[in-house]
Design a protein around this ligand. Structure first.
Ligand SMILES: C[S@@+](CC[C@H](N)C(=O)[O-])C[C@H]1O[C@@H](n2cnc3c(N)ncnc32)[C@H](O)[C@@H]1O
Length: 311
């Protein structure tokens, strides 16, 4: 059987991303989330005189994508690092300004389908690290976090209405046995929540633990600030988010960067240094079409926001 690339991970909002990047052949582009190279390979085919810098912290994704991109051309550099080091890593390579930066947040389908404990749908060892060299994993979260910290992450990152009862039962369970497998966690969640809920409660709890293990919100926050410094005039930053908290960070930062103070608005004598350096390309986020949703249910909660540097 021949496995097609798109059987591994279907890139989300691909046409919308490429159309909005406004790529020119000599552009310098950064893909902060290389994954299985869905976006990167399309980008690379458009910048044959430019260069693509692609970040990921997952060795398997890097190995696969290196092979995939190499078949297109050699104008790319893969950087194994958390994207919250974007500025330092690019500066080390002598890159101070770029034309486009893309973030396609979260995990890839391949990571979800791997045996690294990201999913509640199979019994695997609890793990959830994107970077296997990182020591801290889901095992540490469920076995060492206090009741209050568990409630906080389940409530904040998982938006679960059952945060307290699940946290209470985790603490009770681990008094007798360390929680090591996804099935143990799923059993605890099921025994802490009403039967026949519309949404599987494990989905929210697993997501919350994954966000905590990989410091996902903190990394996004840090990386966006660096992206604003790196992007050149006329360039764009594009972010695909899958979670309301991610989207809130992006929306808030983009609004702050592009906001025209009401005192400045309409005042012809204002010095241009006081005007915002960025403009929002789309006020409302771009979401997947009905056709994309039909083809790829994992695109369901995706939202694309874009900002452009104008001065
Ligand atoms: C949704 S996938 C990207 C898929 C990719 N756009 C494609 O079309 O194949 C997200 C990827 O970004 C990586 N990633 C997520 N957060 C990261 C971070 N903070 N630093 C580096 N890589 C990260 C994950 O390991 C994963 O491979």
């Amino acid at each position: 059987m021949v496995i097609k690339v798109d059987d591994l991970h279907i890139p989300v909002l691909l046409d919308e991303v490429i159309d909005n990047m406004n790529l020119k052949s000599n552009d310098i582009v950064v893909d902060c989330t290389l994954g299985f190279g869905g976006h990167s390979s399309r980008i690379l085919s458009k910048i044959n005189k430019g260069h693509l810098y692609a970040f990921d912290q997952d060795d398997e994704a890097i190995k696969y994508s290196d092979n995939r991109l190499n078949k297109i051309c050699s104008n790319y550099t893969i950087i194994k690092s958390n994207f919250d080091n974007i500025k330092e890593e690019l500066n080390k390579l002598g890159v101070n300004k770029v034309n486009c930066i893309l973030f396609d947040l979260g995990v890839s389908s391949v990571q979800l389908d791997s045996d690294r404990g990201f999913t509640y749908m199979r019994n695997e060892k609890l793990d959830m690290r994107m970077d296997k060299e990182q020591k801290f994993s889901a095992i540490d979260v469920v076995n060492t976090y206090s009741y209050n910290d568990l409630v906080r992450i389940f409530f904040e990152y998982g938006e679960s209405n059952f945060s307290k009862s699940i946290a209470k039962n985790i603490v009770k369970y681990r008094e007798h046995k360390k929680i090591e497998y996804t099935s143990e966690l799923v059993d605890i969640i099921n025994s802490s929540t009403p039967k026949l809920l519309k949404k599987n409660p494990s989905k929210q709890i697993f997501q919350a633990i994954r966000i905590e293990v990989n410091h996902e919100l903190d990394s996004l926050d840090k990386a966006l600030d660096q992206a604003f410094d790196l992007i050149d005039v006329g360039g764009r930053i594009l972010v695909i988010s899958f979670h309301s908290l991610e989207d809130r960070i992006v929306k808030t930062k983009f609004n702050l960067k592009s906001n025209v103070d009401f005192i400045i608005k309409g005042n012809p004598n204002i010095d241009s240094s006081m005007l915002p350096k960025f403009r929002l390309v789309n006020k409302k986020p771009i979401v997947p079409s009905a056709l994309e949703l039909e083809k790829n249910s994992r695109s369901m909660s995706s939202k694309l926001r874009i900002i452009e540097r104008i001065r």
